[in-house]
Design a protein around this ligand. Structure first.
Ligand SMILES: [Zn+2]
Length: 287
């Protein structure tokens, strides 16, 4: 879950160059199809990455296969596809916010929307969540996934962990923290339920808690027995959160989601109580 700058690339002219190149494998299939496909892409951009699915029509099987082929084996004029993949190999996942990406995801899936298979504004760095994400992109009420290139709301902190029944194995949930009256709220909820939760953010948060419980400094720098007051702990957590946001260039990466969940009065009180128990070393580590 991260807002990204759109790739700077002339998709329209590259597509025209590809479809009119007689030497390419699928020339006879794609030649003359520019208008239909580029008009659909124009709609895609105009609608900020999402469409009225009825406006797009159905692509013939052979055209769909040709486009999927060129996505898999990009020809020279669209080699940017490989470049986007390589440039983001070690960044976090822009779709779910997990701490790695490693692949590219079609925001509108290529199986249902092959017409956008090779266009850069439909391609975002992602992790394995792109295999869990269903091909459904919105629900009956029109609430939809968020698009890393178009949805500015992704710059805001949208979610945080919620820890209750504090102890070695607390109850962990993920809360949406933007105003429920915001026009983005339902889309954020759709995205959380269908992308982020499906990729097991709760499992990750639970692993983080395991490390945090045993040795808090593994997760929050400076969180040890030298801290005594609520304000000192609060300020340390706020600092850690801002460092994580900065490092991961966004506020909805899973490490920030974890630390944002610690910034809650009940959790801070619990941390201070727990840290100063006799079974912890000066470092805060459990003996
Ligand atoms: Zn992901």
């Amino acid at each position: 879950m991260n807002k990204l700058n759109k790739p700077v690339f002339k998709d329209y002219s590259a597509f025209k160059e590809m479809s009119s190149n007689r030497r390419l494998k699928h020339y006879s299939v794609l030649n003359g199809q520019d208008a239909f496909i580029l008009n659909a892409y124009k709609e895609y951009i105009k609608n900020k990455g999402f469409l009225n699915v009825n406006s797009c029509g159905t692509l013939s099987g052979s055209i769909a296969e040709a486009l999927k082929y060129y996505y898999k084996e990009p020809v020279k004029c669209i080699s940017i596809i490989d470049e986007i993949r390589a440039a983001n190999a070690n960044s976090l996942c822009s779709m779910c916010g997990s701490m790695h990406s490693g692949t590219l995801d079609h925001v509108l899936p290529k199986e249902s929307y092959p017409e956008f298979a090779v266009f850069t504004k439909n391609l975002v760095p992602a992790c394995k969540c792109n295999t869990f994400k269903s091909t459904t992109i919105s629900n009956a009420a029109g609430h939809r996934m968020l698009h890393p290139y178009f949805d500015n709301v992704l710059c805001e902190r949208l979610i945080r962990a919620e820890f209750t029944n504090l102890g070695q194995t607390p109850t962990i949930d993920v809360k949406i923290i933007i105003d429920p009256r915001s026009s983005d709220f339902n889309n954020v909820k759709y995205h959380l339920d269908n992308v982020v939760i499906k990729n097991d953010i709760k499992g990750y948060l639970s692993q983080q808690w395991e490390s945090f419980y045993l040795y808090p400094e593994l997760i929050v720098r400076g969180l040890n027995k030298s801290l005594f007051t609520y304000d000192d702990a609060l300020n340390l957590l706020i600092r850690e959160l801002s460092l994580l946001d900065e490092k991961h260039k966004g506020k909805n990466n899973w490490n920030s989601v974890f630390v944002a969940g610690l910034i809650h009065p009940d959790v801070i009180e619990w941390i201070l109580y727990e840290l100063h128990l006799g079974d912890r070393e000066t470092s805060g580590r459990l003996k």
